[in-house]
Design a binder for this molecule. Structure first.
Ligand SMILES: [Ca+2]
Ligand SMILES: [Ca+2]
Ligand SMILES: [Ca+2]
Ligand SMILES: [Ca+2]
Length: 463
C-alpha cells in the first residue's frame, strides 16, 4: 500500500508540474541545469554539419561584437535568422508566424528590417539554440532544452493542447508562450517542422522521437490518424514515443510535407506517413517498429544527414555524396545519386520544398529543382533537373550561384520558393520568391529570376 502510494506521488508529480512546483519549490531548476548541460543540437528541416552544431550553441557575444549569424530557417514565405542567440523573423505575417503580435508582413516595405525589427520574445533570459520553420509555424529550441512553437495552430502543430494561433495577438509570446510538454524529465535535442505539413517532430534527449499536429497520413507514427496536440491531455507522457524498432533511437529526423524520415542510431533510415505505393504508413496497427522496413539507400557509405521536401527526401553520406528519392504516394521512385560533377564532394545539403542546394568541396553553391521564382539563383526561371536528381541535365549543366565577388556561401537553406545563404563575411543574402517580403529587402520583387539580380547586384539583408 505504501509502495503504491509512493509510486502514485512520483508519477503524479511528473504529470502535473504545478503540483510538483508547489511540493518541492526549487527542485525544477536542477532539472533545467541538467538539461542545459546536455546541449541541444542544431536541428531543422535542413541537415547541418559539425561546424554548424558548435556555432549554434555559442552564448551571446558581448555587445561590441557585430551580429553573428548562426542559423537560418525558411518557412513557406517567411524567413528567420538566429543573430547572437536571438531570433528574427520576417516575410508573411499571416497566423502570427513572425511572432510580433500582429499578422502584417515584414520586409515588404522599407524601414521594417534591421533595428526596426525586434527579436522574437521567447521568455526572460531565453537563448535560442536552433529552430525550424514550416508553412505557417516556427519552433525554437531554447538552450535549456525546451521547445516553443508559434504561428498557425489549427491542427495542434504548436503542441499546446489547443488550436489557438500564437504570435498573432498581443501578450502571446515571451513568458506567456508555454513550452511544449514532452513528458516527465524529457528535454529536446533537435526539432524539425517540415515542408507544408502542419505538424512537427522532435528528437528528445533519450533519442526517442515524438511528432504532433496533423496526422492525416499517419505521419505521427502512432498507428492512427487522429491529430495530436489540438486537444487536452494529448501531449506529455500521454504521447508515446514513436516505435522506431527494437532498441533503436534516432540521431535526427527530417519532416516532409506528409511524411517523416528518421536517421537511426544504427545509420539506417526509416520513413513513415505517405511514403509507399499510395498507402499511408503509420496510421494503422502493426506498421511501425520492427515492421517498418529501412530504406535501401544503395550506397556502401553510411548516411550522416537527412533532409525532406515536398514528396522527396535526400541523404548526405559519409563519403560526401548525396542521394535522393521521391516519396510521393503515387510513385515511390528508387534512390538515385545526385550528380554534382566528377570528383566533387558535398560539404552541405539543404532540401527545400521543390528545390535543393548543396555547397561543394570547392565552395561552389549549386541548386537544383523547380525555379519558377528564381530560387535557383541562375538569373532565369528554367527548372534544373528533377527534385530527386534523376535527370542528368543538372549534373551536366552545373551552375554555381553567384553570391558576390570574392564571397562564398558557408550555409545555405532552401525554402519553399526562396533560398538564403550566410556568406563568409557573415552577411545574409536571399533570392527567389518575394511576394510577402520574405527576402527582407523592403520590396516584393522576386530576385534571381532575371539577369543582373545576383552576385554584387544582390544586396545583403539588414538584420
Ligand atoms: Ca510590411
Ligand atoms: Ca492568437
Ligand atoms: Ca486531437
Ligand atoms: Ca526579378
Amino acid at each position: 500500500m505504501l509502495r503504491a502510494f509512493i509510486f502514485f506521488v512520483l508519477v503524479g508529480a511528473c504529470s502535473d508540474m504545478r503540483f510538483w512546483d508547489g511540493l518541492v519549490g526549487k527542485e525544477e531548476s536542477s532539472d533545467d541545469a541538467v538539461a542545459a548541460s546536455d546541449q541541444p543540437e542544431v536541428g531543422s528541416s535542413q541537415p547541418v554539419n559539425e561546424m554548424d552544431k558548435s556555432d549554434a550553441v555559442l552564448p551571446s557575444p558581448p555587445a561590441v561584437s557585430p551580429p553573428r549569424l548562426t542559423a537560418l530557417a525558411l518557412a513557406s514565405d517567411s524567413t528567420c535568422a538566429l543573430v547572437a542567440g536571438k531570433l528574427k523573423c520576417w516575410g508573411r505575417g499571416e497566423r502570427g508566424i513572425t511572432g510580433q503580435g500582429h499578422t502584417n508582413s515584414i520586409g515588404d516595405n522599407p524601414q521594417e528590417m534591421g533595428d526596426n525589427l525586434p527579436a522574437v520574445e521567447l521568455g526572460t533570459g531565453e537563448v535560442v539554440a536552433s529552430f525550424s520553420g514550416n508553412y505557417r509555424h516556427v519552433c525554437a529550441l531554447l538552450a535549456t532544452g525546451s521547445l516553443k512553437c508559434w504561428g498557425r495552430n489549427d491542427d495542434g502543430q504548436l503542441g499546446l493542447e489547443d488550436s489557438d494561433d500564437r504570435g498573432d495577438d498581443a501578450d502571446e509570446m515571451g513568458d506567456n508562450l508555454p513550452a511544449i510538454n514532452f513528458g516527465c524529465g524529457r528535454s529536446v535535442k533537435s526539432v524539425a517542422t517540415g515542408r507544408g505539413g502542419a505538424f512537427s517532430c522532435a528528437v528528445l534527449d533519450d533519442g526517442s522521437v515524438k511528432c504532433w499536429g496533423n496526422n492525416r497520413y499517419g505521419q505521427l507514427g502512432q498507428g492512427h490518424s487522429d491529430f495530436i496536440g489540438d486537444n487536452p491531455r494529448e501531449m506529455g507522457d500521454n504521447l508515446p514515443a514513436i516505435d522506431l524498432g527494437t532498441g533503436r533511437t534516432a540521431l535526427s529526423v527530417a519532416v516532409g510535407n506528409t511524411f517523416v524520415c528518421a536517421l537511426l542510431d544504427d545509420k539506417t533510415v526509416k520513413c513513415w506517413g505517405s511514403v509507399i505505393n499510395g498507402q499511408p504508413v503509420g496510421d494503422g496497427a502493426g506498421e511501425m517498429g520492427d515492421n517498418l522496413p529501412t530504406i535501401d539507400l544503395k550506397s556502401d557509405s553510411l548516411p550522416m544527414a537527412i533532409g525532406a521536401g515536398v514528396g522527396y527526401a535526400c541523404v548526405l553520406f559519409e563519403d560526401e555524396q548525396v542521394s535522393c528519392w521521391l516519396t510521393d504516394r503515387a510513385r515511390a521512385y528508387a534512390v538515385e545519386a545526385l550528380n554534382v560533377g566528377e570528383g566533387r564532394k558535398v560539404k552541405k545539403l539543404s532540401v527545400g520544398g521543390h528545390h535543393g542546394c548543396v555547397i561543394l568541396d570547392n565552395d561552389a553553391l549549386q541548386c537544383w529543382g523547380k525555379n519558377a521564382f528564381g530560387q535557383l539563383g541562375r538569373g532565369n526561371t528554367y527548372d534544373a533537373g528533377n527534385i530527386n536528381g534523376s535527370v542528368d541535365s543538372w549534373g551536366n549543366n552545373l551552375v554555381t550561384v553567384d553570391v558576390g565577388a570574392g564571397r562564398v556561401a558557408e550555409t545555405v537553406v532552401a525554402g519553399s520558393y526562396h533560398t538564403c545563404a550566410i556568406l563568409d563575411d557573415d552577411s545574409l543574402k536571399c533570392w527567389g520568391a518575394n511576394y510577402a517580403g520574405q527576402l527582407g529587402l523592403g520590396h516584393t520583387d522576386k530576385l534571381g529570376d532575371e539577369e543582373n539580380e545576383m552576385g554584387d547586384d544582390l544586396p545583403a539583408l539588414d538584420i
